[in-house]
Design a protein around this ligand. Structure first.
Ligand code: PMV
Length: 362
C-alpha cells in the first residue's frame, strides 16, 4: 500500500555544486469541490478538476550546497525580493523536510512569476505550490535518481498538496481526481491522479473564461473556510454527496451528456457557497455581480441552447465553462455582455491544459 512513508527519501547523495531548475505549473478548476480537510492537508472528500493552460506560475529554483543542515532560502517575485511570501514558503519547507531531508543541504533562491495579471485577484497558490514542488522533485532526481517516473510524479503532487491542497491537482493530466473514493481506481488522499477512464470528445480542450468580479482581498481565507467544515451542521451529508457526484461525473464524462454535466457542475458550485453561508460563523464570498452574471448565463443558455455553465471557486469570480465548438459565440457574449459586470471589464480566456512543464534555462 502507498503510504506517506513510501515517499520518504532516506537514501540520497549530496551534490556539491550549484544549479537551477525552472518549471511552469497551471491553475486548475474543480468541478467537484474540495471543501473541508483533516490534519496534514488530507481532504474530507474527493474532488475532480479540469487543469488549466494559460493561468500559470513559472518558478526557478537555484540551489547551492552548504555545510550546515537547515532550511535556508531567498524569495523573489519577478526578480525583486518578496518577503511577504516567506511565512508560507517557510511552513512548506518545514512540512516537507521529513520527506525530502536533502533540502537541508542547500541554500535556495526562488524566483517566481505568474502569467496572469498581477492584480487580478486570482489565487496563485495552486499553480505556485505546484511549480515549486516540481523544482524540488527535479533536485530529488539529481540526488536520488533511482525511482520510477510515476513515483516522482506522485511525490510532486504530494508535496504540492502540503503547500496548498488543491495544488496537487495541477501536476499531470487534463482531468485530475484527488481524494480516495471507491469509484476511481487508485485514487488517493495523498496525491492527485489522472482521471483514468474514457472521456467524450466534447470535453476535449474545454474552455474556461474567468470573469474577474472582485479583485479585493477575500474577507475569509480558504484555510478558515475549510476549518469551518468541522462541526458544520451539513458536513457529513456534503462529504457523502461529493463521493456520489464523482460517480455521476464519471458517467457524464464518458457519455458527453452536457445537460447532466451542467446540472452537476452548477450544483457543486452553489453547494460550496451554501456551505459557507451555513457555517457558524457564516460568510458570503459572492458579490452582487456574481449573481448578475449567473442569471445572465442562465438566460443566454435558455435563449441560445448553447451549453455554457458556471462554476465558482472560494471567491466572487465566475468561471464560465463551454465546449470549444461554441467558442466564438460564447466569447462574443462574454466580451459584449458579461464583461460589463467584471471589475475593470477584466476576464481571462483559458482552456484545458496538461500540468507542469520543465523550462530549459537559456
Ligand atoms: O487548495 P485550497 O486550500 O485553497 O482550497 C481550494 C478550495 C476550492 O477552490 C474552493 C475548491 C477546490 O477543490 O479547488
Amino acid at each position: 500500500m502507498t503510504t506517506l512513508d513510501t515517499f520518504k527519501t532516506n537514501d540520497y547523495s549530496k551534490i556539491n555544486t550549484k544549479g537551477s531548475f525552472t518549471f511552469s505549473a497551471p491553475s486548475n478548476i474543480a468541478l467537484v469541490k474540495y471543501w473541508g480537510k483533516k490534519e496534514n492537508q488530507i481532504p474530507a472528500n474527493p474532488s475532480l478538476s479540469f487543469t488549466l493552460n494559460n493561468c500559470k506560475t513559472v518558478t526557478t529554483l537555484q540551489y547551492e550546497s552548504k555545510a550546515e543542515k537547515n532550511v535556508s532560502f531567498d524569495l523573489l517575485f519577478e526578480g525583486q525580493p518578496k518577503e511577504s511570501f516567506r511565512p508560507k514558503i517557510q511552513k512548506y519547507f518545514e512540512r516537507i523536510q521529513d520527506l525530502c531531508p536533502y533540502i537541508l543541504d542547500y541554500h535556495f533562491t526562488i524566483d517566481t512569476k505568474n502569467t496572469f495579471p498581477h492584480s487580478s485577484g486570482i489565487a496563485s497558490s495552486a499553480s505556485g505550490m505546484a511549480a515549486l514542488s516540481a523544482t524540488i522533485i527535479a533536485l530529488e532526481k539529481l540526488v536520488n535518481p533511482h525511482q520510477t517516473e510515476d513515483y516522482y510524479l506522485q511525490k510532486t503532487s504530494l508535496l504540492a498538496r502540503l503547500g496548498s491542497g488543491s495544488a496537487c491537482r495541477s501536476i499531470k493530466g487534463n482531468i485530475v481526481v484527488w481524494g480516495e473514493t471507491e469509484s476511481i481506481e487508485n485514487s488517493s488522499d495523498l496525491f492527485g491522479v489522472e482521471f483514468p477512464y474514457e472521456v467524450h470528445s466534447v470535453f476535449e480542450n474545454y474552455q474556461d473564461t474567468i470573469l474577474l468580479v472582485d479583485k479585493g482581498e477575500k474577507q475569509v481565507s480558504s484555510t478558515v473556510g475549510h476549518d469551518l467544515m468541522h462541526n458544520h451542521p451539513f458536513a457529513i451529508r456534503r462529504f457523502e454527496q461529493a463521493h456520489e457526484n464523482v460517480v455521476k461525473l464519471k458517467a457524464v464524462l464518458k457519455s458527453g451528456n452536457l445537460e447532466q454535466f451542467i446540472a452537476l457542475v452548477e450544483s457543486e458550485a452553489l453547494t460550496l457557497h451554501a456551505m459557507m453561508m451555513t457555517s457558524i460563523p457564516y460568510f458570503i464570498l459572492m458579490k452582487p455581480n456574481t449573481l448578475e452574471i449567473i442569471n445572465q448565463i442562465w438566460k443566454f443558455r435558455e435563449t441560445t441552447n448553447i451549453p455554457i455553465c458556471f462554476t465558482l471557486d472560494a471567491g466572487a469570480n465566475v468561471h464560465v465553462l463551454y465546449p470549444e465548438m461554441h467558442k466564438t459565440e460564447v466569447q462574443d457574449f462574454i466580451e459584449n455582455e458579461l464583461s460589463k459586470h467584471c471589475q475593470n471589464q477584466q476576464f481571462i480566456h483559458d482552456e484545458m491544459g496538461f500540468g507542469i512543464q520543465s523550462i530549459v534555462n537559456l
